[in-house]
Design a protein around this ligand. Structure first.
Ligand code: SF4
Ligand code: SF4
Length: 456
């Protein structure tokens, strides 16, 4: 066998190995379109290569090395050493955000006929008409809504309700188990808290100094006296993320995705509360900030703690699971060794990707460039139109999370792409082109529902 044949058959074996690995991964994930495309492309490539190797056509000795050379050059370029990624930029003065400006405060806290309700709309008359129209529509999964089902709607209600019951009162006090505060080194404290959080089920966790700009200025939706200024003197924070199940998120915008949201908020609240209670047991002040009961904004704290980057989607994009996570934060007066913010190409990838903006049925995701929002250069989503779509759909939608290329499930094929995306702009362009080819700009509308969540 000559050198060309040996090289050619080696390439044949590698194409077969990687091509069928990708096709099998997609088939296991029940992703029909990418599985079929990966299988067809692999078979076509093998047929061409096999024909060239078996039939003695003119210029064979040039064509085979030429084809292999092109693949090696493209592979080499995308795998070039990692280039420095752009970070989120602070471009001006940041002021604290009033929790009453978050849309859910208007629909889950203030009630018609109360002084708070009147006070809010007197200071925000421009919101009244929009909100009245939404209040006339059924709530998420309530009777009359698109997703309501007498049997399955209870799942999300159970999880949200339980979280609300457990998290109403979170302003706990230190209660040292040995009667006095335990002295603990910041590095050891961070190591123990992160290990405990992972043991309890966190997929990622990080520590940071608490930036005062990330503390809400006034109480809005959360328990406590409505509108009261928030005075949180804690110096450090721990950000915790839990994964959302891919098989539930891909059913967006239907109710299983909301069930998953509700369940993971419950899970991450459980972890955050255990961490806060542990800190109390050591004799330190600590507060968990969880769904419906926040004094801080979780996403910027998680960015500072190195859990991920803020993407075009307006959510935290993590290296492991993209935006397919739910967050909670614990703040404390115990000094902790800080983690550094990370960059892995999200700002650049989001600039060219736009899949979340394209699929958003309410055009709530910015399709242009980043702008200065409260001193930070970023993409800002529109809460009002997003929530209006939630009421129309009867769920918390989640189409943007489902379509994000970073949201694909774990597995060697996707991990290989994640590794490539971090490297350089060429790799990101190739990864986006492949994602569009395999999954389409809009992912498949129909996936199998788990039996227990099928509607009657
Ligand atoms: S949740 Fe739905 S409506 Fe809201 S931003 Fe995402 S895609 Fe748009
Ligand atoms: S879908 Fe694309 S643009 Fe949107 S957050 Fe994900 S990577 Fe960024």
């Amino acid at each position: 066998m000559d050198l060309i044949s040996i090289t050619g058959w080696t390439a044949f074996a590698l194409v077969a190995l990687f091509g069928f690995l990708f096709a099998a991964t997609f088939a296991i994930e029940q992703e029909k379109r990418p599985a079929v495309i990966a299988f067809a492309v692999t078979v076509a490539a093998l047929a061409i290569l096999g024909t060239l190797l078996l039939i003695d056509i003119p210029f064979r000795e040039w064509i085979i090395p030429g084809l292999i050379g092109v693949v090696v050059i493209v592979g080499g370029v995308v795998a070039l050493p990692r280039t420095r990624s752009e970070a989120l930029r602070i471009v001006g003065k940041r002021s604290r955000v009033d929790e009453r400006d978050a849309i859910l405060h208007r629909f889950y806290r203030i009630e018609e006929g109360t002084p708070e309700f009147e006070a809010y709309y007197e200071s925000h008359p421009e919101k009244r008409e929009f909100d009245e129209k939404l209040r006339a529509m059924p709530g998420l999964a309530e009777p009359g809504s698109k997703t309501h089902d007498p049997v399955t709607s209870g799942f999300q209600a159970a999880c949200f309700g339980l979280t609300e019951d457990l998290t109403r009162e979170l302003d706990w006090s230190p209660a040292p188990m040995d009667g006095q505060k335990v002295e603990i080194d910041p590095a050891e404290a961070a190591m123990r808290l992160k290990g405990f959080a992972r043991y309890l089920g966190a997929v990622s966790v990080g520590c940071t100094r608490l930036d005062p700009a990330h503390v809400y200025s006034n109480i809005g939706r959360s328990p406590g006296k409505w509108g009261e200024p928030i005075d949180l003197s804690h110096t450090h924070a721990i950000a915790v993320a839990v994964p959302m199940a891919h098989e539930m998120v891909r059913l967006a915008p239907d109710s299983p995705t909301t069930t998953e949201t509700a369940f993971e908020y419950q899970e991450v609240a459980r972890i955050a509360m255990a961490l806060a209670r542990y800190l109390n047991n050591l004799g330190y002040e600590a507060r968990a900030h969880v769904d419906g009961n926040y004094r801080v904004m979780c996403v910027p704290v998680a960015v500072d703690a190195g859990l991920g980057e803020l993407g075009r989607i307006g959510l935290l994009v993590t290296p492991e699971l993209g935006p397919r996570v739910r967050l909670a934060v614990v703040t404390t007066d115990l000094p902790l060794k800080q983690d550094e913010p990370i960059t892995f190409g999200v700002q650049d990838f989001c600039r060219i990707c736009l899949k979340c903006a394209d699929i958003c049925p309410s055009a709530s995701i910015e399709a242009g460039g980043k702008l200065d929002h409260n001193g930070v250069e970023k993409w800002q989503s529109q809460q009002d139109t997003c929530y209006r779509y939630w009421r129309l759909a009867g769920s918390d939608c989640g189409l943007c999370i489902k379509v994000c290329p970073y949201s694909h499930p774990d597995g060697s094929a996707h991990d290989m792409v994640r590794w490539l995306i971090k490297r350089n702009p060429m790799a990101r362009r190739l990864a986006l082109w492949s994602d569009d080819l395999l999954y389409g700009r809009r992912p498949a509308a129909r996936y199998p529902y788990p039996d227990w969540h099928k509607k009657n």
